[in-house]
Design a protein around this ligand. Structure first.
Ligand code: SAH
Ligand code: MG
Length: 234
């Protein structure tokens, strides 16, 4: 496809309305204004879709930033779903906690007396926190941290995913850069480029995962852990 056709296609798809609450719309606006790289509109639609189909009760996110996507999942996951998210940047983690409180207050003012669930934030490096979490504890995992680290997190993430659990990995296309030859990529980005290729390779070749790679948003890979007893395997 020609570049401009591709841009028009993206603009067309992004013009489609994604369901969103006024609170989330405001938070999205603030985050974008500050240059925080939050989930794009079509990724939001994909997450809504997956939450509606899968109805996960336990969700893990790697990379909270200021809490937009974790609150988005809290809003559209089944009532009472428990969300754990990890963020290593202290100022962002503090902002996420403030946003969780603002979300809680907003909900409590409209649904008086009802318990409001908000995400739990674990502050620190996912490389250290992931190994401390229990086996098969999550039925939905959203991978959205440093792109060059996905490949290193994969063994832990697979262990944390329940049978039949879904792993959604964001930004796998890195604005199209993943398609380029490694020679066309600047030196700074070459390692990330190589590791993202390795990650996609690992996801698609893993006998315990079924993976579909989508161009949605900045690219997303959707994997399901297919290790239930009696399953045919691959
Ligand atoms: N999920 C968020 C955006 C996350 S941006 C949203 O859509 O709203 C990626 C975040 O991952 C950044 O805030 C960065 O600080 C964090 N991050 C990067 N590497 C990390 C690591 N190793 N452990 C924990 N957080 C990490
Ligand atoms: Mg992202």
């Amino acid at each position: 496809m020609e570049d401009c056709d591709e841009e028009r296609l993206t603009a067309f798809i992004e013009s489609m309305k994604v369901r969103q609450t006024p609170f989330l719309a405001q938070l999205e606006k603030e985050a974008l204004g500050e240059g925080v790289p939050i989930i794009r509109p079509q990724t939001q639609a994909l997450i809504q879709f997956l939450l509606a189909v899968k109805k996960p009760g336990r969700i893990l996110e790697v990379g909270a930033a200021v809490g937009y996507s974790s609150l988005f999942m809290q809003e559209y996951a089944p009532e009472g779903a428990r969300i754990t998210t990890i963020e290593k940047d202290a100022p962002r983690a503090a902002r996420a906690r403030e946003n969780y409180e603002a979300y809680r207050k907003g909900k409590e003012s409209t649904a008086a007396g009802q318990a409001v669930s908000v995400p739990e934030l674990l502050e620190g490096d996912a490389a250290e926190i992931l190994p401390s979490l229990p086996d098969e504890a999550f039925d939905f995992i959203f991978m959205d941290a440093a792109k060059g680290q996905y490949i290193h997190f994969l063994p832990a993430v697979k262990r944390l995913l329940a049978c039949g659990g879904v792993l959604l990995s964001d930004n796998i296309l890195r604005d199209g850069e993943v398609l380029e030859s490694k020679f066309a990529v600047t030196r700074r980005n070459r390692t990330i480029h190589k590791r993202m290729r390795e990650y996609l390779d690992a996801l698609t070749k893993d006998p315990e995962l079924i993976t579909v790679v989508l161009g949605t948003g900045d690219g997303a890979a959707m994997s399901v852990k297919n290790t239930a007893p009696g399953s045919a395997g691959l």
